[in-house]
Design a protein around this ligand. Structure first.
Ligand code: SF4
Length: 358
């Protein structure tokens, strides 16, 4: 059973004072026209009529653009349309995403009035040089101020950060995560930078001034950040841009992605890599020459144990000469794996000897 249904409503580029060099929200969201009050109602009605499970909480999420940068009257119109459904108890909460420099007390009071629960800040980096380089138009100080104010007003605070921004090293990305952790968000989204058509970044890329991360580099960086956020119980609710008709492999002719670490199951690559590290660590801790292990998991975690195209199983065999037998147990705690030795090298050799002597 799902724990929450999201009704996404995109407000592409509404409220943005400028174009950040990597961004083309219209392409990313797949939505080219601006949104009206009626669009909000139509979208909510459409989703409500398609949700199957009845006991699940429903949230309306205004994504893209900078919600609190929109004219206040228009914000009230859009929020009012969603709030009607909260009053009718058909929707349970509202979330908005916005920029750190568009948060102040009057804005937060307005959001409170319409029962907005979660505010996600597009931070991207906490390094002022990198923010400037990407023409973000705000500073790390704005992030600190906005985050503190959001929490003081009792909203759920979310942060969005990017990895692989121009001139951002691995250490810069790690530093951004460290800075965000200090600001105590409840949720985080991590986006590896993709080069999108029609952006300034595309021009930089074409001139050879920007080199995107490879998929492997992006997976490694995101994995490190997941460990950091996980240790502080900050939930990583998204890794990588959502796949859409336009956000797909650069090899697809409709794709708006020119280059960068695109992968259709990017999050799974990161999670599978985390599982791989866990399995290897457990095997090493056995401190004996292991030939075969049995891994017990909840069925929902099998793909992460196996890895994309069985990558984890293949690597365990190639790197450590370990075979894997997976046992699925519906009662096993999700996100947790138990690894037990089913055969050591000695057992394996003894078995072979027995067969030979028969
Ligand atoms: S990254 Fe955010 S603030 Fe920048 S242009 Fe895109 S939607 Fe607007």
């Amino acid at each position: 059973m799902k724990n929450k249904y999201i009704i996404p409503i995109f407000v592409p580029h509404l409220g943005c004072p400028n174009d950040c060099t990597f961004c083309n929200q219209r392409k990313i969201s797949g939505q080219m026209k601006n949104i009206t009050e009626n669009d909000v109602r139509d979208t909510i009605e459409y989703y409500l009529s398609n949700f199957r499970e009845k006991e699940v909480k429903i949230e309306v999420a205004f994504y893209g653009g900078s919600f609190t940068g929109i004219e206040p009257e228009m914000q009230e119109m859009l929020l009012g349309a969603a709030y009607d459904y909260i009053k009718e108890k058909k929707v349970h909460s509202i979330r908005v995403s916005t920029r750190p420099d568009y948060i102040d007390k009057p804005t937060l009071k307005r959001l409170k009035k319409y029962k907005v629960k979660t505010i996600e800040l597009g931070v991207q980096s906490t390094n002022d040089y990198i923010l400037k380089r990407c023409k973000r138009g705000h500073t790390y100080q704005d992030v600190i101020k906005a985050s503190k104010l959001i929490r003081r007003y009792g909203f759920v605070l979310g942060h969005q950060m990017m990895v692989g921004l121009p001139d951002s090293t691995e250490q810069d990305d790690i530093n951004t995560a460290k800075d965000l952790i200090k600001l105590k968000p409840k949720i985080v989204r991590i986006y590896p930078v993709l080069v999108i058509k029609g952006t300034e970044l595309e021009k930089e890329y074409n001139k050879g001034e920007y080199e995107p991360l490879t998929v492997n580099q992006a997976v490694e960086r995101c994995k490190e950040l997941c460990y950091m956020f996980g240790k502080k119980k900050i939930q990583v609710i998204r890794i990588g841009l959502q796949n859409t008709e336009n956000i797909c492999s650069p090899s697809n002719e409709n794709s708006e992605v020119v280059a960068g670490p695109y992968h259709e199951t990017f999050r799974q690559l990161v999670e599978a890599s985390i599982y791989y590290d866990t399995i290897v660590e457990k095997i090493k801790n056995f401190n004996t020459k292991v030939k075969e292990v049995e891994i017990i998991v909840n069925p929902q975690d099998v793909n992460n144990v196996v890895g994309y195209k069985r990558e984890n199983i293949i690597k365990l065999k190639e790197m450590y000469d370990v075979d894997v037998v997976i046992k699925q147990d519906i009662k096993h705690t999700a996100d947790k794996i138990d690894v037990i030795i089913s055969k050591t090298h000695k057992d394996f050799i003894d078995d072979k000897e027995t067969v030979k002597n028969k």
